[in-house]
Design a protein around this ligand. Structure first.
Ligand code: DHB
Length: 511
């Protein structure tokens, strides 16, 4: 919607309801979800360059009618003075969820992707959402309101709000790009994979979310901490090689690590993933597949002039590679080893630089990663009650409404209860299922966003490299458009290299 149209609709006041469908307008509850532009406030942001970006702020908007937590279930909308594509301007929706905790709706920051989005002329939406730490008091009792899947439901409700009001909110709700980091990256992946899935309907109905679509156009996932019910086995299968070295595990921990690791091959094989040439990826060749991404990352870093020490497992060519003799590494089949997804210019150009990478000693490289930031101890995610009692953020978010943490894998539940016959109850099985985007990604699935931008730092050890690689590969195998890379020397972080991100956003915005 153009600012002009917004002005007109402001004047028309009550007739705004007429902009949404008449069936919805008849619904009294739904009327509470009609966007009110009267709260508009002009604002200005100074970018690091000194440039001033003018915009209009609409804040503290409730996105559900059955509000459980008025502190968190609100969103803010920011509309730049100049929209970059008129009515079809994408809406950049940034979630600040971290550690599976709550976040309030925030205002844009000149130093992150929200400020950049405004500067580029995109509409920005920053919703709040409940999380593992949010409580309310009801009848004198403390109730945890943000346990899974409630944070995700809040994001879905916020998206529905934007779509319900698409005729009155500037920009296009058909062009929502969600961005998040870490647990927020997991939420971004979930929102991206589960648009309009019926599994969430009943919850959203109870919350009083708008009765419309929650599908998004694109998903930006920085280091998504996802696939939680397989993340422990993926972590141990990858990092087990460091157990007696840099990780210094004791005998009990090594036993748990080995048991978890042993469960991973059948999971990898069950995914039936394929590389760019159509070869099946199995537990037997997975590490070679992983190496193609790390090699592509190291290549790019060297090309850009980074120094990489010889001690961390990167094996270089002594001389300029000879195309004829260059080893194929799966990848895209052109013999350059770099998988075909990734930002333009990611592949090595083979100039006279002799510093290109021929191989990676993976065990050595993983030991290097573990030496930069100590690894999590096993189990890395479903830790509660296995070797120590301390719950992780994941145990808390899968906890109950009284605040008691919970296990979310049979493996950890059995270890905690010392009973090999117990299994997660039906409710937990369902919660775990609907919190894993991998369960919803299939060929031609209408619930999945068309465009994906996934980044995981090449020295990020918060989850196994398998997690983002499997996500990216499953999406790609299912026909979705995936831009995936493991940026060199990057620890666990997000919203970096914004030229890269906004170049990609620009490239998908007209499609
Ligand atoms: C986050 C990081 C983690 O290592 C984790 O297990 C969960 C969440 C985060 O930064 O959001």
């Amino acid at each position: 919607m153009t600012p002009y149209k917004l002005f007109i609709s402001t004047i028309l006041g009550a007739s705004i309801a007429g902009c949404v469908t008449s069936a919805q307008a008849k619904d009294k509850e739904a009327d509470k979800l009609v966007f009110d532009p009267a709260g508009a406030k002009p604002a200005v942001m100074t970018m690091p360059s000194g440039e001033e970006v003018r915009y209009t702020a609409y804040e503290n908007i409730f996105y559900v009618t059955n509000i459980e937590d008025s502190v968190y279930q609100t969103l803010n909308i920011y509309v730049p003075e100049t929209l970059n594509r008129g009515d079809s301007t994408p809406i950049f929706l940034r979630t600040y969820i971290g550690g599976y905790m709550a976040t309030t709706a925030k205002s844009p920051s000149a130093s992150d992707a929200t400020g950049r989005a405004l500067k580029e002329g995109y509409v920005v939406c920053i919703p709040g959402s409940r999380g593992a730490n949010t409580t309310i008091t009801r009848d004198g009792k403390t109730i945890y309101t943000g346990i899974a899947p409630n944070g995700l439901l809040d994001l879905k409700a916020a998206i529905r709000y934007l779509r319900y009001n698409d005729n009155v909110i500037p920009g296009s709700a058909e062009r929502i790009i969600i961005d998040g980091t870490s647990a927020g990256g997991a939420m971004s992946a979930l929102v991206g994979a589960t648009g309009d899935r019926p599994e969430y309907d009943e919850y959203l109905l109870k919350m009083g979310a708008a009765r419309t679509s929650d599908k998004v156009f694109a998903s930006v996932c920085y280091c998504p901490i996802t696939d939680l019910n397989h993340a422990d086995m993926e972590y141990e299968w990858l990092y087990g090689c460091t157990n007696t070295g840099v990780r210094h595990l004791d005998a009990e921990q090594i036993k748990i690590s080995n048991e978890l690791s042993a469960e991973c091959p059948s999971y990898i094989n069950s995914l039936c993933l394929k590389d760019d040439s159509g070869n099946l990826i199995t537990a037997d060749n997975y590490k070679e597949y992983l190496k193609t991404f790390l090699i592509a990352s190291a290549h790019k870093a060297l090309e850009e002039g980074c120094e990489i020490p010889d001690t961390i497992g990167i094996v270089r060519y002594a001389e300029k590679p000879n195309f004829g003799a260059f080893p194929a590494r799966g990848g895209n089949g052109d013999g350059r080893g770099a998988p075909s997804f990734g930002p333009a210019g990611m592949r090595p150009r083979f100039n006279n630089n002799t510093d290109f990478v021929s191989d990676i000693d993976l065990d050595k490289y993983l030991s290097y990663v573990a030496s930069v930031t100590p690894l999590k101890t096993p189990p890395a995610f479903d830790q509660y009650g296995v070797l120590i009692d301390t719950p992780t953020p994941e145990n808390n978010v899968f906890g109950n409404s009284e605040g008691t943490p919970a296990n979310f894998t049979d493996f950890s539940l059995r270890h905690r209860l010392h009973d090999n016959s117990v299994t997660l109850d039906k409710d937990m099985v369902n919660r775990v299922f609907i919190m894993n985007p991998m369960n919803f990604i299939f060929e031609n699935s209408a619930s999945v966003a068309q465009y994906w931008f996934i980044r995981h730092g090449a020295k990020d050890r918060d989850t196994s490299f398998l997690v983002p690689i499997n996500l990216a590969t499953k999406l790609k195998n299912s026909g979705f458009d995936v831009n995936f890379f493991l940026p060199w020397n990057r620890p666990h972080s997000g919203d970096y290299n914004l030229d890269d991100l906004f170049g990609w956003i620009e490239s998908i915005s007209d499609r």
